[in-house]
Design a protein around this ligand. Structure first.
Ligand code: AMP
Ligand code: GLY
Length: 420
């Protein structure tokens, strides 16, 4: 069987690598992928994620059994609908099912309609109404630009004044342009943040180990928000009862709701949750695998990944099994300056061997050689599995100290909040 993965980051490297380890998989193509992945035997296809008809043509010509779609923008652009229309199978939600991610407002409506616990909220385009709502609700309170604002459109305000100022910036001073033309004002949820992923087809779902990402750029959760600087799974201090409760109160009702709305969900569902005193509540849904969470979750899958996805696509019961001991932890190495401006073309350390995996994101071969150079914000990630969080941290950080990371940086505290 030949398979196609769409996307180019560390997430797609992890998906492709795991698929290649499956029995009966001859070849895994990634479009467009990155050169670093080829060190694991992946074949790159030079087609961009938005070129649906070229991807479809490639899949037909190469007898691709099914495609796995990584990025949210491809899903929001209806790539799965286009593949299906061409008679091809793809693992990922339709454009309408992916709206759970691409519209915060839609996600909120679904949650309210189907009783999924989430922060109470109001959506406003009028500043005076927003101000009145903030004053009525009191602080702390969260003000979010409705549209995309590179992760900077969220203000967790400790006082009413700060919240009113944030709403003023967005609605009257146009600080986030069109993205801030409407604001979602949300109840502050106090508690531990974690992510829950599931493979889904309709009302059938298969929960993965819990994960915790580190979204801020620098140690101690300081600095700007990034795509994610490191993660670990499972989260050792989250009891199974919290997972069970999240399944009952969040995963089951949202999937039922999506079916009732005629938007049956297929693919990976990613719930960003906060464990409050009243139980887990949703801060966001994503319609895809997380990056860097995929890189620490998939190494824990002990069953045949390609067979599992084939079965889910065919609505058969998949035999999914996970490593049930130890912790898998990964640290992202990024270009200095990320998430803002950064240089490209810096030489990268050799790929690790043995029980530390290197997943590549922004990596490219030098001209005329197979020496890898940096080519993006997040460059590569080291991942390992050990008995405890501290043992995994030690392995990764010892390895990173041996590598020349000039011009690059990484957080030195991934996993430090865990009960080790
Ligand atoms: P978002 O862009 O919606 O993922 O929000 C970015 C970050 O802001 C999240 O990872 C949380 O740490 C924080 N956040 C968002 N919404 C809330 C909320 N309602 N209560 C507390 N923290 C929040
Ligand atoms: N790690 C966060 C995300 O994939 O959105």
């Amino acid at each position: 069987m030949k398979l196609l993965v769409v996307g180019s980051g560390g997430r797609e490297h992890a998906i492709a690598k795991k698929l290649l380890e499956s029995q009966g998989v001859e070849q895994v193509f990634v479009a467009p992928g990155n050169d670093g992945m080829t060190l694991d035997g992946v074949d790159l296809v030079n087609i961009g994620i938005s070129e649906h008809s070229r991807l479809i043509e490639f899949a037909k010509e190469n007898d691709i059994a099914w495609s796995f779609i990584g990025p949210d923008d491809a899903l929001a652009a209806g790539i799965v609908d286009d593949f299906n229309q061409a008679g091809l199978k793809a693992f990922g939600p339709s454009r309408l099912a992916a709206e759970l991610e691409w519209s915060k407002d839609f996600a909120k409506e679904i949650m309210v309609k189907y009783g999924v616990p989430t922060a109470a909220y109001g959506t406003f385009s009028d500043f005076e109404e927003a101000k009145a709502y903030i004053e009525k609700q009191g602080a702390p309170i969260v003000v979010k630009a409705d549209g995309l604002a590179l992760g900077k459109g969220v203000v967790v305000a400790e006082t009413v004044e700060q919240a009113v100022e944030a709403a003023h910036d967005m609605l009257l001073d146009n600080k986030f342009g069109d993205s801030g033309a409407r604001v979602v004002i949300e109840e502050f949820l106090d508690g531990e943040e974690f992510s829950l992923f599931a493979f889904v087809n309709g009302d059938k779902f298969y929960i993965m180990p819990t994960a915790q990402d580190h979204k801020r750029a620098y140690d101690g959760d300081k600095g700007p928000n990034t795509g994610g600087m490191g993660a670990y799974a499972p989260v050792p201090h989250l009891p199974q009862s919290v997972v069970d409760q999240s399944v009952e109160t969040i995963i089951k009702p949202v999937l039922k709701g999506m079916i009732a709305e005629g938007r049956s969900y297929l693919g990976v569902l990613y719930a960003g949750l906060i464990l409050t005193a009243d139980g887990p509540k949703v801060i966001e849904f994503n319609s895809r695998f997380g990056d860097p969470e995929t890189q620490i979750i998939l190494p824990r899958l002990t069953s045949d990944f390609a067979q599992n996805i084939t079965d889910i696509l065919d609505k058969k019961e998949p035999a999914i099994t996970w490593l049930d001991e130890g912790v898998t932890l990964g640290v992202v190495v990024a270009s200095e300056g990320y998430p803002l401006d950064y240089e490209k073309g810096l030489p990268l350390p050799e790929k690790t061997e043995g029980d530390i995996i290197t997943y590549y994101a922004g990596a490219k071969f030098a001209e005329n050689s197979r020496a890898l150079l940096s080519n993006g914000g997040r460059v590569y990630m080291l991942v390992t599995t050990a008995d405890t969080v501290s043992a995994a941290q030690k392995k990764i950080y010892d390895q990173l100290k041996k590598q020349d990371t000039t011009g690059l940086f990484y957080r030195t505290d991934i996993g430090s909040k865990a009960n080790k």
